[in-house]
Design a protein around this ligand. Sequence first.
Ligand code: SF4
Length: 376
Amino acid sequence: MEASLARLRGAGTAQRPMNARALAALAANPGCRRRALLDGAGVDKGAVAERLGAPMPFGQSQFALVRGNGFEARVRSDGWRALLAAAGAPEGVDAWLPELVDGAAGAASGAAEERLRLTREALVEARGAAAARGAWSVLDHPLLELEVAGAPARLEPDAVLVRPDGRVQVAEVKSFPVLDGSADPAKVGAAARQAAVYVLALREVLDADVVADEVLLLCPKDFSNRPVGAAVDVRRQVAVTRRQLRRMARLEEIAAELPEELTFDLRLRPAPDGSRRQVATRDPEELRAAVEAVPASFAPECLADCELAAHCRADARGCGSLESLGRGVRGELGGLHTLEDVRAAVDGEASGEAAELLRAAAAMRGAALAEVRRGV
Ligand code: SF4
């Protein structure tokens, strides 16, 4: 399998490692084979999009980064008291904070293996302390591992809480605010998908029933920098991500349906200016044909987290696909797949519930427009 995935990436092209955000984004659009294949093969989708002339402006602004880092530093500065409060710990209780990595080890080669080992040991020790004396423990930025398409992905949750009953809970610090008790549902959804990836990774180290299905999110309250916590049930996100991971383990099957010579090789060459930069030399049209050979399933949600979104949106619009209008519209219109199908249904060339609804809507629109013209 590795040989064919390497061919998809292109000879000599390093595999792009998966992180929790990328894995979470996979769960946001589980029906997309294009994304599953490119991510599984470790293709740099951002570089592909750039070569196709359709890059996406991802990344946080400098202001948002500074604000986010400041908020996280504040949450960590007092021994994670806000996390303990959100978890229902008695007031004034201190958590044990195991040392997971020191600065020197963090920079040394093999540090990841060392951090993985320290995380495993700290989890065992914290659960032992919970059983022996009802201790609360917080693992600050532990390192976990999850196999993705046959390769290990290293994942770093903000914190893992070990409760006195031995249960282990993922905690994430997010800088989006909770205003009057509620937060942006899209941001909460993205955070829940990301936390679900950590839940799965923890279940590689611990028994599944030890790891809580509820994760804790810590966000700034209203317009202050004061943290407030909320529990989010991620069972659905865990199930979707698990399915996606199984699917990625069968990438060979997706690849087998594609032309044998298919590759997303960007033909990287050193930049002529003598810098260490590399430039892509692959013919964009050839690359476009390769990308479009893999079925995609565009939805407006892709715009939030997939580097290929601008390309796939143009592609979906170009063929009149209803998917570019969102899953809601797609669901409402049942068996209709393209704008052409919709026009035909409105013109009476199709039957079915969706076609009847469309004709009724078109009649109502026509009547409303007629009234406007008459100045009613
Ligand atoms: S943008 Fe394209 S490749 Fe990415 S998830 Fe959406 S349809 Fe799939």
